[in-house]
Write a protein that binds this ligand. Structure first.
Ligand code: ZN
Length: 247
């Protein structure tokens, strides 16, 4: 089974107030255009070095902010494509892509996927039926806009459990992306589950390179586990705070 490094980005924009969900926490996921260009340069050098330990590299973008048009253009300049996961309830609202923007991305060769309909911050706190509804509504809206089947989705907030994956699969998604720093593709019946490496505002060039070379893989996985444990401990309060954020 080929291995994949899927990088997870959100907004690539110079004025953060223009795109995506506007809450303080999201600042950690915003990148200036020059930083993103630098990442692409590091990425290309890494590929050219022939030292990559994985077969596939993907650039993915969550939320569906208007800045997706910007990151897409920068990727195109470098002959690269992205996967854009759209929060469908936000389509056409302030700071988010409109239907035509989504068509433009698609026509330019990028993959469009679902990031749920309403972006519940803790997806796994939903019931199976609620999850299925989130996926189905979102998938239907995107298919209506693009006139073709949507097979990719990413889990909002990144917290997933088995029913998250099973509901996505039942809704008809074949490629499910979460936020676990994992390079192996996980199989769930006829769907593939991909992990992702979240590139944050504080990620230094050196750390970004270590992400690509998998040098910091063990520490990323360790941190993720610790974070999951803390979240579990404070789950009710965590859930309350998170679910209020994007209201
Ligand atoms: Zn999101």
């Amino acid at each position: 089974m080929p291995k994949t490094i899927a990088l997870l980005y959100h907004e690539v924009i110079d004025d953060y107030s223009e795109s995506g969900f506007q809450n303080k926490d999201n600042l950690a996921y915003m990148h200036k255009t020059e930083v993103f260009r630098k990442h692409l340069e590091i990425f290309k050098n890494h590929l050219n070095s022939g030292n990559s330990k994985v077969e596939n590299h993907l650039f993915t973008f969550d939320d569906g902010g208007i800045s997706n048009l910007k990151s897409a253009r920068i990727l195109e300049e470098n002959d690269w494509k992205g996967i854009y996961f759209i929060t469908t309830k936000r389509i056409g609202t302030s700071g988010f892509l409109a239907e035509n923007d989504i068509r433009t991305l698609h026509e330019n060769g990028h993959i469009i996927g679902s990031h749920s309909h309403t972006h519940p911050m803790i997806f796994r706190s939903l019931t199976y039926v609620q999850m299925l509804e989130e996926w189905k509504v979102s998938k239907g809206i995107l298919e209506e806009i693009l006139g073709e089947e949507i097979l990719h989705c990413s889990v909002p907030g990144g917290d997933s459990d088995l029913k998250t994956y099973e509901s996505a699969m039942e809704a008809g998604f074949k490629y499910i992306f979460d936020s676990e720093p994992i390079v192996e593709t996980r199989k769930l019946q006829n769907a593939d589950i991909f992990g992702r490496f979240s590139v944050k505002a504080q990620t230094s060039d050196q750390q970004f390179l270590e992400m690509l070379t998998l040098k910091n893989l063990a520490s990323l996985q360790r941190n993720r586990k610790i974070k999951a444990k803390i979240k579990k401990l404070i789950f009710p309060i965590h859930q309350y705070i998170q679910n209020r954020k994007n209201e």
